[in-house]
Design a protein around this ligand. Structure first.
Ligand code: SF4
Ligand code: SF4
Length: 394
């Protein structure tokens, strides 16, 4: 049995996408637990109110074809997500409209309008032994994780494992950055959430991914494939390899490897399809490796001092592109550390408070907040020059 499938799909033409999605699913064993009447929740990536051609959200053609395939098997489908910010009808309806997911209703699926919350008690968790999540997932017999391949300011990669963070209600997300302040603890929490929900299948829209200032303000980049797996971490190893990331530069992968949930290397995963055909050598990634290397938690004082200096000099931090800032204070409202104020119509960050969670970068509506890597970090990481911004695709 194949563990991850990678199927070519070079644009979002509906029939092409449906055929690729179907082949990707069947190559990893199909829907074993889905029959007539099975209630399925598709956890999409609907992180922001953004049009499909910005590559911010799971493309509606991928979601609609998944709904179509599930309807053919007699399943009752609901599509949902909780983006950052409010978790209510008006906020979500705007996102449903802009991201094009009404398309799913053509195939009998419902868009989630149950905004209740539930509490999880998860004793086997490494860190997240209790958490609050979106209640609509309780009504599902089966969960399908339908993610998008993107860069991510804090976690390096937004793909299958990171996508399940959307099960945490939007207004509570900043609180989780405080509860799990290091990148390692945050990644452990994300992997706990994946383990709690155990999606039956993860499917990844990598027809056009996002590179650069992801997950909401980067640039679309054509990759040309759809991936599927029953194991979100194995899918992420393959996706990371395609865009040139190693497991130890992605905290969720480092955590999953340490727990034995996936091998570290793609060579140890049984992959269906020629993933090498889709590899991109100059994908504009946001590396977070330096932050992982310099934790400053050793017992050795000298090492800790070195770690703190290295952290200050090498770690990425949010940086405002003043010209773009419209002073809306969305970043200030989402910042868990209350480190942002608006002065003279522009955002200003108090560096002494900032915990580098990159929520401000993720939720800035105009991409004014960027992930800034110091010149030394760039040099040590191989001095990769930034690709020219790609044009919007499709
Ligand atoms: S940085 Fe972005 S979110 Fe913050 S005030 Fe400026 S435009 Fe608004
Ligand atoms: S300023 Fe940005 S990166 Fe720093 S704590 Fe606030 S939201 Fe997080």
């Amino acid at each position: 049995m194949y563990e991850v499938s990678v199927i070519g799909c070079d644009n979002y033409e509906y029939e092409k996408v449906k055929s690729a999605v179907l082949e990707a699913i069947e190559s990893v064993g199909g829907f074993e637990n889905i029959k007539t009447g099975t209630k399925v929740a598709i956890k999409a990536n609907l992180v922001a109110s953004a049009a499909p051609d910005t590559a911010t959200t799971t493309h509606p053609a991928v979601l609609a074809s998944l709904c179509d395939i599930l309807a053919e098997r007699g399943a009752e489908v609901v599509v949902g997500d909780s983006p950052g910010g409010l978790y209510n009808g008006p906020f979500l309806e705007k996102i449903y409209k802009t991201s094009g997911v009404y398309e799913c209703e053509k195939y009998g699926a419902k868009l989630n309008r149950d905004f209740s919350e539930s509490k999880a008690l998860f004793e086997e968790a490494k860190v997240a032994k209790t958490f609050t999540y979106t209640g609509y997932l309780d009504n599902a017999d089966v969960i399908i994780n339908a993610c998008k391949l993107k860069t991510h300011g804090m976690m390096g990669l937004s793909c299958a494992a990171k996508n399940m963070f959307g099960a945490i209600p939007g207004t509570m997300k900043p609180e989780y950055h405080f509860r799990y302040p290091s990148y390692e603890a945050f990644a452990d929490m994300l992997v706990d959430i994946d383990e709690y929900f155990k999606p039956e299948l993860s499917i990844c829209d990598a027809v056009v991914g996002m590179e650069g200032n992801g997950p909401t303000a980067g640039n679309p980049r054509k990759i040309g494939c759809i991936l599927a797996s029953k194991n979100p971490h194995k899918l992420d190893i393959v996706a990371a390899t395609i865009i040139g990331l190693s497991y130890d530069s992605v905290p969720t992968l480092a955590s999953a490897v340490a727990r034995g949930l996936t091998p570290a290397k793609i060579e140890e995963i049984n992959v269906f399809g020629e993933y090498k055909k889709y590899q991109i050598s100059d994908y504009d990634n946001i590396a977070v490796k330096r932050s992982l290397l310099f934790k400053g938690t050793s017992d050795n004082v000298i090492k800790n001092i070195f770690g703190s200096i290295a952290k200050a000099v090498l770690n990425s931090r949010p940086k405002l592109k003043k010209k773009l800032c419209i002073g809306c204070n969305k970043c200030g409202r989402i910042c868990p550390a209350k480190a942002i104020v608006i002065k003279n119509g522009k955002a200003e960050i108090d560096r002494t408070l900032c915990i580098r969670c990159f929520c401000c970068q993720e939720f800035c509506p105009v991409g004014a907040m960027k992930v800034h890597r110091t010149w030394l970090a760039r040099m040590l990481e191989g001095g990769k020059s930034k690709r020219k911004k790609s044009k919007k695709l499709l």
